[in-house]
Design a binder for this molecule. Structure first.
Ligand SMILES: C=C1C[C@]23C[C@H]1CC[C@H]2[C@@]12CCC[C@@](C)(C(=O)O1)[C@H]2[C@@H]3C(=O)O
Ligand SMILES: O=C(O)CCC(=O)C(=O)O
Ligand SMILES: [Fe+2]
Length: 404
């Protein structure tokens, strides 16, 4: 069967191939070639590319017939278990920062979920709103302009590609380096033509306030864990050399998704993963999408709240607490009608910092669950991994060498 695809103007849905699957093709003048179903090649990479790209050229040499509906590859498997069990409803822990006695709850949240919501946080609303409006302006500007700040290597503007290893998502983002490096200019700055410094200023104000709140939380945690000093965690973020990053994610609405939502299908915005750093602090607009993986193996949707912060334990904090705190798996599903904008501060240690369980936390006969490594080593390995990989796996101590 041959299909001539010349001159398609809109997204089109086809059902032309033997297995009866339907598939989508973007509006793309360069797709003026003939597809033949005799050349079946099942490459997910190409399927997804064809599905999601409204702007990217697809080289004729990579054109293949598609035997399955590409949009299917973006669908997430529905959860068989239910999380709205009426007897034991699961809800996200809410920590009121104006009540220091909440530190007990804070530790419990890090142990049970690796995730919690923070209210009464003292981060000035004006910083949040200013940065949010500048970010929205950026994402709403022409693609050609945004691309001047890309591709992310790893910093800069990214569109649908996540990391360097073929992960995709229905998302655009700005990834910015917060590490103090002489002569380092964030790649995005030049894109804000009217006043480039203003954007950097908005980022600095926001990050400074969020970092302050984050350090307070880390100190409450250290306190409650009875660690030798309150600043064991926070000093890593406050260090001049702290390797922290900042990210703004923009999930455009996906109208094509509407018909599929009726059947309960979900589209990947940002695939499941854990964050490698110590701690991640997220603020989003009021569009849902974020989900966390519960111990039951069930994904729970996090109700959005633009006035609060959502915090998750990163892999490094899991290691420093020898597994007491959990680096939670999370993901974002795309929305058919509303855009989601999230801003995330990833607090990381200096590159040369040794990441290991804190001695004062270990019981006398307790063995480290992890091999010794520096943040540099872990980060390098993380950036070479795929989004959903179990990145800590190769740093775990196995049964034979735990006693050492
Ligand atoms: C596939 C990816 C994409 C990674 C690296 C690797 C695995 C984990 C991803 C994140 C998740 C947390 C923020 C980030 C900045 C980080 O440190 O790890 C992300 C990074 C990227 O978006 O580039
Ligand atoms: O954009 C979001 O809401 C979360 C994205 C995320 O988990 C990340 O960037 O690491
Ligand atoms: Fe994340």
């Amino acid at each position: 069967m041959m299909s001539d695809l010349a001159g398609q103007r809109r997204w089109h849905k086809y059902t032309p191939i033997e297995d009866g699957g339907s598939w989508f093709l973007p509006n793309n003048n360069h797709l003026s070639h003939t597809f033949s179903s005799s050349k079946h090649i099942n490459i997910l990479h190409i399927h997804t590319y064809i599905l999601i790209s409204k702007t990217t050229l697809i080289q004729p040499s990579t054109m293949v017939a598609i035997s399955k509906p590409p949009i299917e590859h973006f669908f997430l498997k529905p959860c068989k278990q239910t999380n709205n069990n009426h007897h034991h409803p699961t809800s996200i822990p809410i920590i009121d920062l104006s009540k220091p006695e909440s530190k007990h709850q804070l530790v419990k949240a890090c142990q049970d979920f690796g995730f919690f919501k923070v209210i009464n946080h003292q981060v000035p609303l004006q910083f949040i709103n200013k940065l949010e409006s500048k970010a929205i302006k950026f994402f709403n500007s022409p693609l050609s302009l945004k691309q001047k700040a890309g591709p992310p290597d790893p910093f800069g503007y990214g569109n649908k590609h996540l990391g360097q290893n073929g992960d995709f998502g229905w998302v655009e983002y700005l990834l910015l380096n917060l590490k103090h490096e002489p002569n380092h200019k964030n790649p995005t700055i030049s894109v804000f033509e009217d006043n480039p410094e203003e954007f950097q200023c908005a980022v600095n104000d926001y990050v400074t306030a969020v970092k302050k709140m984050t350090c307070e939380i880390l100190e409450l945690l250290a306190d409650e864990l009875k660690l030798q000093s309150r600043n064991v965690f926070s000093k890593l973020l406050l260090d001049e050399q702290s390797d922290s990053v900042f990210r703004v994610n923009y999930y455009p609405p996906c109208p094509e998704l509407q018909e599929h939502e009726l059947t309960g299908k979900k589209l990947i915005g940002f695939g499941e993963h854990t964050d490698p750093q110590i701690i991640s602090v997220l603020r989003s607009n009021n569009t849902s999408g974020l989900e966390i993986l519960l111990k039951t193996g069930c994904w729970m949707s996090v109700p959005p709240d633009s006035t609060s912060f959502f915090i998750n334990v990163g892999d490094s904090l899991q290691v420093m607490t020898n597994g007491r705190f959990k680096s939670v798996k999370h993901r974002v599903v795309a929305n058919s009608l509303k855009s989601r904008l999230s801003m995330i501060y990833f607090g990381g240690p200096p590159l040369n910092e040794k990441i290991a369980p804190l001695p004062s936390l270990m019981e006398s006969d307790e063995a480290s669950l992890y091999k010794e490594f520096t943040w540099f080593e872990y980060k390098k390995s993380a950036f070479n991994s795929r989004l959903s990989d179990n990145r800590l796996g190769s740093f775990e101590n196995n049964q034979h060498n735990v006693s050492s």
